[in-house]
Write a protein that binds this ligand. Structure first.
Ligand code: 13P
Ligand code: SF4
Length: 363
């Protein structure tokens, strides 16, 4: 069974789309800084971080300058599962999360004693927007026989309603584990990831209807044309991509799993279906290889994001410096909600600690 529950009706879907558009219109791209100004910000930020015992945790989709700064200052760059783990385990008093809102919230839930700040609190995610707690909770109430598994790209309130939280690196393994226990799953919010897991595991899953606006734009037909140009290339895809794209991918995995696959691949040319921010780390980890972004527009299509998450792009050196100066843009999560959300988050971290995660495909 793989039933997709739309956000109830087309009117609701249109409202969700309008809401995403409204957020997109607000997502202002930071100004491009010249090298000298960048260096000056980096120096000032590094000094402040030392004084305040702060650490920077950045996602691969953020600006390469922020990724480098995180690593140069003893922080971390990674996928969303690794970011959560690093944030929890590091000894910082202030944790700066360069990413999107759900990453900041997960960090705060896992480390309530730390001050968690973000360069911007405006950076959200289309999956989070399209899964409001009131509707999601009603949906769960209608299906009390199902184990509720939610993607990390959700609000703290949605996590608090779930039995499990998963990220893209662990989702498949967790659902497989639940299926072995004879459990039926209610999955939210990413329908492409949900459908991929359902097809791969054969689990009985009911899917919420939402998508990542970045990955949804990858086009299978354009990819087929591209493959003719690069017949020997490997295709690596993030599981938030549409099923027609995943069907032709050699490896499907989280951002870190994509980077590892690129490193290990014997192929010299690699087509990548995920946000272009990842190219910075890909080029560092596999310098001899040519990376090509998967097409986001077919013949008649237009692309809104062109493989760049508008919200990840809102994180900048300037906004980081400004929030670190006065510890503004603090992430706060209601303590009762945080305690409830901690249970499924912790379940995921325990599962990750006790299981060797599988990556599908071989490039
Ligand atoms: P990862 O967990 O693979 O880094 O994915 C996070 C995300 O938001 C992808 O769009
Ligand atoms: Fe959300 Fe997609 Fe951006 Fe990831 S890339 S944060 S899933 S909108």
């Amino acid at each position: 069974m793989n039933q997709v529950i739309s956000s109830e009706n087309s009117e609701q879907l249109a409202a969700d789309t309008a809401l995403v558009r409204e957020y997109l219109d607000r997502a202002v791209r930071p100004a491009v800084l010249d090298a000298q100004t960048q260096e000056s910000y980096k120096r000032k930020i590094t000094q402040l971080m030392r004084q305040k015992k702060a650490r920077l945790v950045a996602h691969y989709y953020t600006d390469s300058v922020l990724q480098d700064l995180a690593e140069e200052t003893g922080g971390f760059v990674g996928d969303s599962l690794e970011m959560a783990r690093f944030g929890r385990d590091c000894d910082a008093e202030i944790l700066i999360v360069a990413g999107v809102k759900f990453m900041g919230e997960s960090a705060k839930i896992l480390s309530p004693e730390k001050t968690v700040i973000m360069p911007t609190l405006e950076a959200t995610c289309s999956l989070d927007i399209a899964c409001p707690i009131d509707k999601f909770s009603a949906f769960c109430d209608q299906h009390p026989d199902r184990t509720v598994v939610v993607y990390a790209n959700t609000s703290a309130a949605v996590k608090a309603r779930a039995d499990w939280v998963v990220t893209s690196s662990i989702a498949l393994d967790v659902v497989e584990h639940l299926m072995e226990q004879g459990k039926k799953v209610l999955w939210a919010p990413d329908k492409h990831l949900g459908s991929y897991i359902q097809k791969t595991t054969g689990a009985d899953m009911l899917l919420w209807d939402a998508a990542c606006i970045v990955h949804e734009e990858f086009k299978a037909r354009g990819l087929a044309d591209m493959r003719k140009l690069y017949p020997d290339a490997a295709i690596l895809a993030h599981p938030e991509s549409p099923s027609a794209v995943l069907e032709v991918a050699d490896v499907i995995g989280s951002t870190t799993q994509i980077i590892n696959a690129a490193k290990q691949s014997t192929k010299k040319e690699i087509i990548v279906a995920t946000d272009q921010g990842i190219f910075h780390k890909l080029q560092q980890m596999a310098p001899g290889k040519k990376f090509i972004i998967a097409p986001t527009a077919g013949n008649d299509a237009t692309c809104r994001s062109c493989a760049n998450c508008p919200w990840m792009g809102m994180n900048s050196l300037e906004s980081l410096y400004s929030s670190l100066q006065d510890n503004s843009n603090r992430v706060e999560v209601d303590s009762q909600l945080a305690a409830a959300a901690m249970i499924p988050l912790q379940r995921m971290l325990d599962f990750a600690a006790n299981n060797q995660l599988k990556v599908r495909g071989k490039a």
